[in-house]
Design a protein around this ligand. Structure first.
Ligand SMILES: [Zn+2]
Length: 269
C-alpha cells in the first residue's frame, strides 16, 4: 500500500513540525484500491464538493476514506496477523462486514439494549454473510477478561460516550500489554483542550452545555448526541487510562484512496 503517516504525541511537537499541508488541486482524480476488499476506487472530483473524510466510498464494501485510514493503521499495527483478537465498537455496519472478511477473530457489538432491534440487526448481519448474533456492549463496562484482546478499533464512537475516560480505561484493561487501540474521533488539532458539550446527570437525564446540542448521523440508530469535541488532551486521557503510549497520526495513502491526510489516534497498552 503506498502511503505515509506522520505522528505526534503532543500538540507542541505537532506545532513544531507541521508545515501547512499542500493544498489539493481543485480538479483531480482519486484513483486507488480499497485496503479492505481490494476493489478499485476511482472518483473524479471535477466540479463536485467531496468530503475527503466521510466520502470517497468504496463501490464494493462501502467503506469511506476515514474507515480506510483506520484500517490501514490497524493492519500495520497487526503486522499481518489476520488471526489477531480484534474488537470493533460496531457490528451492524458495512465496515464491520468488510473487516470480518479480513480478520478471522474479529468481534463487535452495538450499544443497542432493545432485544427486538438486536434481532433485526442480527438478521441484517446474516443477510450480509456474517453468521453471528448482534451483541450489546457498553464501552464503559465491557464484559471481557483483562488482557484478552490484541487490538480495538473504534471509529467515531468515543465522542458519543459521556464518561469517555471510563471507556478508555476499559479499553486499556481488556487489551494485552503491547495491544493497540485505533481510534477515530472528529479530532480538532487546533484545540489543546477538549470541550464538553453535554453531560449525563446523576438521575440519568442529559444536561446540555451548549445552546444547540450536536447530533451526528449513525448507521444503526439515526442521530446520536455528541458529548465532546476532542483536542490534544485526549492523548493525555489515553495515557492516564493506562496506555503506555498515545499519538495522533496523519494517515495519507493515495493508493488506498485517501488523498488527504486524515487523523487517526493510536494508543499502545
Ligand atoms: Zn472496499
Amino acid at each position: 500500500m503506498s502511503g505515509s503517516a506522520l505522528q505526534w504525541s503532543t500538540a507542541a511537537a505537532w506545532r513544531a513540525d507541521a508545515g501547512s499541508p499542500e493544498p489539493l488541486p481543485h480538479d483531480f482524480v482519486v484513483d486507488g484500491r480499497c485496503p479492505l476488499c481490494g476493489d478499485a476506487i476511482r472518483v473524479e472530483t471535477t466540479g463536485r464538493k467531496i468530503c475527503f473524510r466521510e466520502g470517497l466510498a468504496c463501490p464494493r464494501c462501502r467503506t469511506n476514506a476515514r474507515h480506510r485510514a483506520a484500517v490501514v493503521t490497524l493492519l500495520e499495527e497487526l503486522h499481518g496477523r489476520d488471526d489477531a483478537r480484534v474488537y470493533a465498537t460496531e457490528q451492524a455496519t458495512p465496515f464491520y462486514v468488510a473487516l470480518k472478511r479480513r480478520l478471522s477473530n474479529l468481534s463487535g457489538s452495538e450499544y443497542v439494549r432493545d432485544l427486538r432491534r438486536r434481532l433485526r440487526l442480527t438478521g441484517w448481519l446474516w443477510w450480509h454473510g456474517v453468521r453471528e448474533c448482534l451483541h450489546f456492549a457498553d464501552l464503559t463496562a465491557l464484559k471481557r477478561r483483562d488482557a484478552s484482546l490484541d487490538a480495538i478499533v473504534s471509529l467515531d464512537v468515543l465522542e458519543h460516550v459521556s464518561e469517555h475516560r471510563l471507556a478508555l480505561r476499559e479499553c486499556a484493561r481488556v487489551l494485552r500489554p503491547g495491544g493497540t487501540l485505533v481510534l477515530t474521533v472528529p479530532f480538532q488539532e487546533s484545540m489543546l483542550q477538549s470541550r464538553r458539550l453535554a453531560r449525563v446527570r446523576g438521575d440519568g437525564t442529559i444536561e446540555h452545555l451548549i445552546p444547540e446540542p450536536e447530533y451526528h448521523g449513525d448507521p444503526v440508530s439515526g442521530g446520536v448526541l455528541c458529548f465532546h469535541h476532542f483536542g490534544w488532551d485526549l492523548l493525555d486521557d489515553m495515557r492516564e487510562a493506562g496506555f503506555a503510549e498515545a499519538c495522533a497520526r496523519r494517515v495519507h495513502a493515495p493508493g488506498a484512496a485517501i488523498p488527504q491526510p486524515l487523523w487517526v489516534l493510536v494508543a499502545t497498552r
